[in-house]
Design a protein around this ligand. Structure first.
Ligand code: PLP
Length: 423
């Protein structure tokens, strides 16, 4: 098959007519399919049903603590130790919270605004302007947090090894730049693992703002679906060793290990940050849900056991990612109208169309009954300057539906590209 860019106008017209026919036939099926959000399928959720069947035998104590009662704000020591094992940091650096790491992220930023962070000269609400570095494509909910606090977002291009660090190092000279979002392992949506050099450069930054914060969202820390667990540097130690012990907050949760919205979340930080945060958090809660922390420790145990558990997710996820990639390789690659990453973990396939085709592809897919994350959502302010990035989330639909949804997506992409080239 010829690449679209190499076709004559007549060939393109014929190609477009064929793409339109294919698209119309799929649209005529009246489909209603969803490839929009990175949610586990119900079969993946079933993997953790034994959490409900734990033999508790009337023993509600862990670490000598009655898990049913108030107290122990920073979480059960065993749960903190479990997350420390998973993240590679120390137990005293971990705070176990409630059901969502996103809440902890939001709360950290909110505290910066109301009270300031450990090294803030004043609360951020008293600053004239707050700016954040936003590697993109990135996670739309990070950008929503910035938007809700009126934080100016600066787009940083993602590279194959993580954020463009030359740009980052240049922007942090501005004292109004107070932070950066990072999804360091299997980034959302590109599935990129930051290189050791990138991690080191981030940990060694010398920002002008004394209270600059690295929001290290390690949402996919054990989420390999293809191949063995990939060990990853401990950012808390990296920052400490680089003389920036208080610059980072790391976040994680069991949302995509056990139950999304029904798991346990945590943050990890220096012990000084921990003492500062505990004083503030102690005003909003006496303690978090230790019953769920307890169940999760009994169920997941430690990193080695959690990695074994994640292999059950992988067995269900890999065929779906393989399906998406094989459809793209067969139907799109020969035409040269898009590029994509081949992730080994995380929840997404990130695809870049020819410039100016993402919104149109998205709309065509939607009109043919396939819901996808909105074009632009992976960029600050919903503004993808090239109108090119699309996020495919293969996990939620059953594989039979994914099969059809990908045909619709490929047909939409072909039609959008042909329309674009024909002007
Ligand atoms: N961070 C990233 C990068 C995500 O992709 C997601 C969910 O998709 C979350 C955080 C949400 O995590 P939680 O359920 O712990 O709030």
């Amino acid at each position: 098959m010829k690449k679209l860019a190499e076709m004559s106008r007549d060939e393109l017209i014929a190609f477009k007519a064929a793409a339109q026919k294919e698209y119309d036939a799929l649209k005529g099926k009246g489909l209603k399919l969803d490839m929009s959000r990175g949610k586990p399928n119900s079969k993946q959720i079933d993997i953790s049903n034994d959490l409900f069947k734990l033999p508790l035998d009337g023993n509600f104590k862990m670490d000598g603590i009655d898990v049913r009662n108030y107290g122990t704000l920073d979480g059960l020591p065993s749960c903190r130790a479990m997350f420390a094992d998973i993240l590679g940091c120390k137990t005293e650096e971990v705070f176990c919270g409630g059901n969502a790491s996103l809440t902890l992220m939001y709360d950290t930023i909110a505290k910066a605004f109301t009270h300031g962070l450990l090294h803030s000269e004043r609360p951020w609400s008293k600053e004239e302007k707050i700016k954040f570095l936003c590697p993109a494509p990135g996670y739309d909910r990070h950008f929503s947090i910035c938007k809700t606090f009126n934080i100016e977002m600066i787009t940083i291009e993602m590279t194959e090894t993580g954020p463009d660090m030359d740009a980052v190092e240049s922007y942090i000279k501005d004292p109004a730049v107070k932070g950066i979002w990072c999804v360091p392992k299997f980034s959302n949506p590109d599935g990129i693992i930051y290189s050791d050099e990138t991690v080191h450069r981030i940990a060694s930054m010398k920002p002008a703002a004394p209270d600059f914060i690295v929001m290290w969202d390690n949402a996919y820390c054990v989420h390999e679906f293809d191949g063995d667990f990939v060990p990853f540097p401990d950012i808390i130690a990296e920052c400490r060793n680089a003389g920036n012990p208080d610059m980072v907050f790391e976040f994680a949760s069991t949302s995509k290990i056990t139950f999304p919205g029904g798991g346990v979340s945590c943050f990890a930080c220096s012990v000084d940050n921990m003492a500062y945060m505990k004083k503030l958090i102690g005003m909003q809660s006496i303690s978090f849900d230790k019953i769920n922390q307890f169940r999760h420790v009994l169920f997941l145990k430690d990193r080695a056991h959690t990695i074994e558990h994640m292999k059950k997710h992988a067995a269900l996820m890999k065929p779906k990612f393989d399906m998406v990639l094989s459809k793209l390789n067969a139907q799109i690659a020969p035409l040269g109208i898009a590029t994509w990453h081949t992730p080994k973990g995380g929840y997404f396939v990130s695809l870049n169309t020819m410039e100016g085709c993402a919104k149109r592809t998205n709309l065509l897919a939607k009109e043919a009954g396939v819901a996808m994350t909105g074009a632009g959502a992976t960029y600050p302010y919903g503004n993808d300057p090239k109108d090119s990035n699309l996020r495919i989330a293969p996990t939620f639909p059953p594989i039979e539906e994914l099969d059809v949804a990908m045909d619709v997506f490929c047909a939409s992409l072909k039609l959008a590209a042909a329309e674009k080239l024909l002007g």
